[in-house]
Design a protein around this ligand. Structure first.
Ligand SMILES: *Cc1c(COP(=O)(O)O)cnc(C)c1O
Length: 359
C-alpha cells in the first residue's frame, strides 16, 4: 500500500445503486459521473454500474473518456454542447444533449447532420442557472418537434435548487411549476438529483439523476449516508510516519498556529492538501487511527498533518493506518468541520493519491 490511498469499495457502489432503485422503483437511472465520478475514477465506476440505464456527465471530454473506456450505454451531456462543431461528435458517439437556450437550439436547427440526436429540453423552474423560462416552453418544444436534427421524442428536464432541505417548500413549487409548464406533453420526464430521490418522492419521474448518493454520501442537510441505508464507497487512508512528544506551550507546524496546552504526544500523518485534504479543516477535525478517533491540530501542510494523541502514545505506532474519511468516519462530518460540502472533498482528491479498487 502507498502512503495515501483512496480505497474504492465497488460492492458498496453496487449496493448504493440498488438502494437508489428502492427509493425510486418506477424510474430509470441516469448515473451522474461528472468530475471523474465525484473523484472515484470515471471508467472504473462506470464499469461497475452495469445496472444503470444511462450515464450523465458535464462535458464532452468526460463522455468521450467513457466511450474510450469501452462503455456503450447512452450518455447525457448535462450542459449540452458548446459549439455547432460538437454536434457530429455527439451523433457519432450516441451522446444525448440538453437544450437549455436559444443558441443551442439554433445551432441544432441549422446543423447539417446525417441523423437526429436525442435531446432533453431543460426548463428553469427556479434554480436560475441553466434552462429556458417556462414562458418559452411552448415555442422551444414546437421547434424541437419540427427539427430534423432532433429525435422526435423530446425528453424534459428540470433541476432543484433546495431539495437538500426538507423544510424548504421551494422544491414543491419547482415540481408544480414543471408539471404546469409541460402540461399535456408526455415525453420522458427527469427532475430528481440525489436529494430529490431521497427527500421528494413526488419528483421521481420516468428518470432520476443520482450522483452523490451512489457514492454512499447524503445530500440532505445534517444527515449522513448511513441514515439512508447507503454505504461509503471511498475510504481515504494514510499512515503514521512519526510520533513526537511536545512540551506544554510549544507551537506546532506552520505559523505555530497551535500551541500545546499540556505536554502531549503528536502523531504525524502523511497526507495533506496536496492530496486533497482540506487545508481549512479546523482544529479537532477527527481522524481514525487504530479504531480510535483523534483530532488534528495545527496547520494542514501540503504533505503532512499533526494529530494530538494525548498524554501517552495510546498504542499508536509508526506505520499505523489512518482513516481520513470513509465507512468509519463520514465525509459529511469532515466537510462540515472544514466549512465545505462532501461533494468538494470527494472531487478534490488529487492524482498523486493511489486508487485501489476493492470487490
Ligand atoms: C450534478 C448533477 C446531478 C447530480 O446531483 P447529486 O446531488 O450529486 O445527486 C443531477 N443533475 C444535474 C443537472 C447535475 O448537475
Amino acid at each position: 500500500m502507498r502512503l495515501v490511498a483512496a480505497e474504492i469499495d465497488l460492492e458498496a457502489l453496487s449496493f448504493n445503486l440498488s438502494r437508489t432503485k428502492a427509493f425510486a422503483p418506477q424510474s430509470k437511472i441516469m448515473a451522474v459521473l461528472k468530475a471523474n465520478a465525484y473523484g472515484h475514477g470515471l471508467v472504473k465506476i462506470a464499469q461497475h454500474l452495469a445496472e444503470a440505464d444511462a450515464f450523465a456527465v458535464a462535458r464532452i471530454d468526460e463522455a468521450l473518456a467513457l466511450r474510450a473506456g469501452g462503455l456503450t450505454k447512452p450518455i447525457v451531456l448535462l450542459e449540452g454542447f458548446f459549439h455547432e462543431a460538437d454536434l457530429p461528435i455527439l451523433l457519432a458517439n450516441n451522446f444525448q444533449t440538453i437544450i437549455h437556450d436559444e443558441t443551442q437550439l439554433t445551432a441544432l436547427e441549422t446543423a447539417n447532420l446525417d441523423a437526429p440526436i436525442a435531446t432533453w429540453l431543460k426548463v428553469d423552474t427556479g434554480m436560475h442557472r441553466l434552462g429556458i423560462e417556462p414562458s418559452q416552453f411552448e415555442s422551444f418544444y414546437r421547434r424541437l418537434k419540427a427539427c430534423a436534427n432532433a429525435k422526435p421524442n423530446v425528453n424534459l428536464m428540470t433541476h432543484f435548487a433546495c431539495a437538500d432541505d426538507l423544510a424548504n417548500d421551494k422544491t414543491t413549487k419547482q415540481i408544480d411549476a414543471f408539471l404546469h409548464t409541460i402540461n399535456s406533453q408526455h415525453e420522458a420526464l427527469c427532475l430528481a438529483n440525489s436529494a430529490g430521490i431521497i427527500g421528494w418522492p413526488s419528483s421521481h419521474g420516468d428518470w432520476v439523476r443520482p450522483g452523490l448518493m451512489l457514492y454512499g454520501v447524503s445530500p440532505m442537510v445534517g444527515q449522513i449516508g448511513s441514515d439512508h441505508g447507503l454505504k461509503a464507497v471511498m475510504r481515504l487512508t494514510t499512515k503514521v510516519i512519526a510520533i513526537r512528544k511536545v512540551a506544554k506551550g510549544e507551537g506546532v507546524g506552520y505559523g505555530s498556529r497551535w500551541q500545546a496546552k499540556e505536554t502531549t504526544y503528536l502523531a504525524v500523518i502523511a497526507v495533506g492538501y496536496g492530496d486533497g485534504y482540506p487545508r481549512h479543516a479546523k482544529e479537532g477535525t477527527p481522524v481514525m487511527i487504530a479504531g480510535k478517533r483523534f483530532g488534528i491540530v495545527g496547520s494542514v501542510s501540503m504533505d503532512m498533518i499533526t494529530v494530538d494523541i494525548g498524554d501517552n502514545t495510546n498504542n499508536v505506532k509508526i506505520g499505523d493506518a489512518v482513516e481520513m474519511w470513509g465507512p468509519n468516519l463520514p465525509v459529511e462530518e469532515i466537510a462540515e468541520s472544514a466549512g465545505t460540502i462532501p461533494y468538494e472533498l470527494l472531487c478534490n482528491v488529487t492524482p498523486r493519491v493511489s486508487y485501489e479498487y476493492l470487490g
